[in-house]
Design a protein around this ligand. Structure first.
Ligand SMILES: NC(=O)c1ccc[n+]([C@@H]2O[C@H](COP(=O)([O-])OP(=O)(O)OC[C@H]3O[C@@H](n4cnc5c(N)ncnc54)[C@H](OP(=O)(O)O)[C@@H]3O)[C@@H](O)[C@H]2O)c1
Length: 282
């Protein structure tokens, strides 16, 4: 039963393949990558598959039973890209597709949601057996800013006291590996989030505790936060998107108390403090 993973060269793809290798023989796993040379060290076979080059997709999916479609990273391009993958999967005779969506995609106010909603609809219309992994935020998204914040003396954002039920990337990878390597998930939509939500004030306080340096959380108006992100080198559009996400986070967009993630992985999700430790030591 061959399992293929798109986005295998990305951070989630790499972790998923590593986790899958604990339960599945390497010769039953195929890494799909637009740049195969980047996947040479994954320990599994590699095939070229570029979401934007549909002619690469059907050959890459030949003989695949289960496909993990990791959502693309080119925001705005993803509906045609994902459609190309789903069409190719149908043509190649793939048995089931597991897709990484967004927490509460159907009701989420986040600007990232519509592409996931459309992809979920395309999957439903495909007639294939599907499972939707609605991934919440990676704790690393925020923790990655901590070293810079400690240097600057403040952790800035626009999420106010909004609670964030994020989990480590490795937790979402473990969930994907569990679903890929077992049956009983057809037609299911899993809402995946961390066991314990936190605020950005609490995140900053944890980093302060671990580093021994003061780190207040400073809440900023959306435009001011976006300007700081641009000044730090982020592209304007991405900075605006992140600041807009924070405003919705303040309204609870990433809060959730369901336990689908820890249930799927059979252990508690990674505590925020552990991801902070990793961020501060990297
Ligand atoms: N839940 C969250 O907090 C969160 C945060 C950020 C993103 N995401 C979503 O989750 C996905 C996985 O996260 P991640 O951290 O692993 O992201 P990542 O490290 O940026 O990896 C993205 C992967 O998608 C591949 N990709 C992009 N465009 C492609 C194309 N046209 N054809 C084939 N492959 C393509 C990339 O290939 P290359 O290595 O060649 O670039 C890479 O392997 C992201 O793509 C995004 O949709 C979720």
């Amino acid at each position: 039963m061959t399992i293929a993973i798109t986005g295998a060269t990305g951070q989630l793809g790499r972790l998923t393949i590593a986790k899958l290798l604990e339960s599945t023989p390497a010769d039953q796993i195929i890494a799909l990558a637009r740049a195969p040379e980047k996947a040479a060290n994954l320990g599994v076979a590699v095939r070229q598959a570029d979401y934007s080059q549909p002619e690469t997709l059907e050959p890459a999916l030949q003989g695949v039973h289960t496909l993990l479609l990791i959502s693309g990273s080119e925001v705005g391009q993803r509906v045609p890209q994902h459609k190309a993958v789903i069409d190719a999967a149908k043509a190649a005779g793939v048995g089931r597709i597991v897709y990484t969506s967004l927490l509460h995609a159907d009701t989420s106010p986040l600007g990232l949601a519509p592409e996931h909603v459309e992809t979920e609809a395309m999957l439903k219309a495909s007639g294939l057996r599907t499972t939707i992994l609605r991934n919440g935020w990676y704790t690393e998204n925020y923790a990655g800013s901590l070293p810079g914040a400690l240097q600057a003396g403040a952790f800035v954002g626009s999420a106010a006291e909004g609670r964030i039920a994020s989990a480590a990337r490795a937790d979402y990878a473990a969930a994907a590996a569990a679903v890929l390597s077992s049956e009983g998930h057809d037609g299911k939509i899993y809402e995946l989030a961390g066991d314990t939500a936190f605020t950005l004030s609490e995140l900053a306080a944890e980093a302060s505790k671990q580093s021994g340096k003061p780190l207040p959380y400073q809440n900023l108006p959306q435009a001011d936060f976006a300007a700081i992100l641009v000044a730090a080198g982020l592209p304007e559009g991405f900075a605006q998107m992140l600041a807009a996400v924070d405003i919705e986070v303040a309204n609870g967009a990433l809060d959730y108390s369901g336990k689908d993630l820890s249930t799927l992985i059979g252990r508690p999700t990674t505590p925020m403090a552990q991801t902070v430790t990793q961020a501060l030591s990297s």
